[in-house]
Design a protein around this ligand. Structure first.
Ligand code: SF4
Length: 352
């Protein structure tokens, strides 16, 4: 049985609040006050909005839910990575991750429950797509992590600034409308007022999603997951994104990079004995050289016996081959080795 749930308060764009509050017979300044509670103070219940009149709060409570995510589990790694499992109002669950960087924290958020892309190295793919997340559910992940960072600061971080990457569960460009709605709230001056430069969309690169994303002309960063340049291997590894020729995905990504004057990241999950041969590095270099791209090499985070991390030597040789072709490549040191830090692992363990 499908139960219709009220929309989430934090899915409302700040420029809609005046109409909503006005329609409830309240003066315009109440919308500004409400926006401050919602997006400056990250208020998650009606009781904290202390300067709003009871009549307004009652009217709002009749139409909206103030919070749609409940923390089910929080894991902290020795390296400072934190992983969160949230329960949604319909009983589904999603994961978010906080990764402390040198100057800021990176919040890695989910855009879907499950994923339809069927990538064979990914724990999230195992159950297929369950449903899309709403913009409110996406924004709330950011806010709940921000609250957690405020309540329990990471000592080494100079401030509490954070970046957001759409690199959790799901393919964000398979849920473009809700992701775009969430981006509007995250970047609006009366919303979370984030600079678009602090936000990155990470995609597996299917052309349809990339075209829809380009049409929106959003000035946020983009990461395209490549993982192998061999079309047949790519179809086996990433069945749905693999249907789009890689050159087409990269042409679209390059168009975005030139439009927003920002380098696109090519993500390459390096898998032991599968895509870590120097010839693969040469093929990758040929494809990305002379484009406004940089490469991020990500050692595979083991989820089963099939795919494992490469040796340190193989990884360094791969990076050197790219450098020899004038391709900038960094190696991402995966955080949270002592917790379920690979995308979808925590949810999978909980549900199995
Ligand atoms: S790697 Fe990303 S796109 Fe592929 S199945 Fe997992 S969540 Fe989906």
């Amino acid at each position: 049985m499908n139960i219709e749930l009220p929309p989430l308060l934090h899915g409302l764009a700040p420029d809609h609040l005046a109409d909503i509050v006005g329609g409830m017979g309240q003066p315009g300044y109440r919308a500004k006050q409400l926006a401050e509670w919602m997006y400056r103070h990250h208020a998650m219940d009606w009781g904290t909005m202390s300067n709003l009149p009871g009549t307004l709060l009652t009217s709002l409570a009749e139409r909206f839910d103030p919070c749609g995510l409940t923390l089910q589990e929080r894991q902290c790694s020795q390296d400072g990575t934190r992983k969160y499992l949230f329960e949604l109002r319909d009983g589904q669950s999603i994961e978010s991750v906080m990764i402390p960087m040198e100057q800021h924290a990176t919040f890695c958020v989910s855009s879907q429950v499950g994923c339809a892309m069927a990538c064979s190295f990914c724990a999230t793919a195992r159950g297929g797509l369950v449903r899309q997340l709403s913009r409110g559910e996406i924004v709330e992940q950011v806010q709940l992590l921000a609250l957690d960072l405020m309540a329990d600061p990471v000592e080494e971080l100079g401030d509490r600034a954070f970046n957001v990457v759409f690199m959790g569960m799901g393919e964000p460009l398979d849920n473009v409308d809700e992701v775009a709605g969430a981006l509007k709230i995250l970047t609006h001056t009366d919303g979370l007022a984030m600079s678009p430069r602090r936000i990155t969309i990470s995609t597996s690169g299917h052309a349809e999603g990339l075209r829809a994303f380009l049409d929106l002309r959003l000035p946020v960063g983009l990461t395209v997951s490549v993982n192998t340049t061999d079309p047949d291997k790519r179809k086996r590894l990433m069945p749905i994104p693999g249907r789009t020729p890689l050159s087409e995905s990269l042409d679209l990504a390059e168009m975005h990079a030139r439009r927003i004057r920002r380098t696109v990241t090519v993500a390459y999950v390096v898998i032991d004995g599968w895509n870590d041969h120097p010839d693969e590095a040469t093929a990758l270099a040929t494809l990305v050289a002379r484009r406004p791209f940089k490469v991020n090499l990500i050692p595979m985070n083991r989820i089963d016996d099939r795919f494992g991390p490469p040796s340190a030597d193989a990884l360094l040789i791969f990076q050197k081959v790219l450098a020899d072709h004038d391709v900038r490549a960094t190696i991402r040191i995966s955080g949270g080795d002592d917790i379920d830090a690979a995308c979808g692992q925590l949810r999978r363990r909980r549900t199995s």
